[in-house]
Design a binder for this molecule. Structure first.
Ligand SMILES: Cc1cc2nc3c(=O)[nH]c(=O)nc-3n(C[C@H](O)[C@H](O)[C@H](O)COP(=O)(O)O)c2cc1C
Length: 177
């Protein structure tokens, strides 16, 4: 797919057909985006793909809003960052996750970012479990020094999303000649 078309086609997709996602497609996308830049080349980001749908779907409860799409997705990719490797681990993780969403488009897959960061499982309860701890409990495979930054839900869209606004340049781009 043309690079410009990949950029235009990416939309946050929250409804999926339920069809499982092929491991080869995920691997191709993940291997490609390991080339993403990172502060001081620390390469602090790790990717954990989950195609075991029973386990992946439990990620849908990592928050009480904005994460239930993970219960329908055909796979999930957990974005991990090594906070000891770089003070910029969150930025590095964000860059790689963004690249990943584009690489998934190129594989014919839809996706949506579900944020973890400092969120808690219950939006209105500051004493509820941290979403990161919830994910770590579900996936003891996550190495101890890795933080959970986000989860990317992946799957086959069950609808055709509206295209993004064609051109917002005049409002969002400042050009000094
Ligand atoms: C940092 C970040 C966090 C996001 N968190 C969530 C989330 O937790 N749940 C969700 O459904 N969408 C989430 N999104 C998706 C945004 O809502 C989406 O990108 C935005 O509405 C624009 O829509 P588009 O991606 O289709 O262009 C997140 C996106 C980003 C970049």
């Amino acid at each position: 797919m043309e690079f410009k078309d990949v950029m235009k086609k990416r939309r946050s997709t929250r409804r999926y057909t339920g069809q499982p996602v092929e491991k080869e497609k995920l691997m191709r996308a993940m291997e490609l985006v390991l080339r993403a830049p990172s502060s001081k080349n620390t390469r602090s980001t790790r990717l954990m793909a989950v195609t075991d749908l029973k386990r992946a779907q439990k990620l849908g409860k990592l928050r009480d809003y904005g994460s239930s799409l993970l219960e329908e997705a055909g796979a999930a990719i957990i974005i991990l960052g090594d906070e000891e490797a770089s003070p910029m681990w969150q930025t590095n993780a964000t860059i790689m996750a963004s690249y990943l969403q584009l690489a998934l488009v190129d594989e014919g897959l839809a996706s949506c970012w579900v944020h973890v960061g400092d969120y808690r499982t219950l939006q209105d309860d500051p004493n509820s479990q941290r979403s990161e701890d919830y994910v770590k409990e579900l996936f003891p495979e996550i190495p101890a020094n890795y933080r959970v930054w986000s989860v990317i839900g992946v799957g086959y869209a069950d609808y055709t999303p509206k295209p993004l606004p064609e051109y917002e340049g005049p409002e969002r781009i400042i050009f000094i000649e």
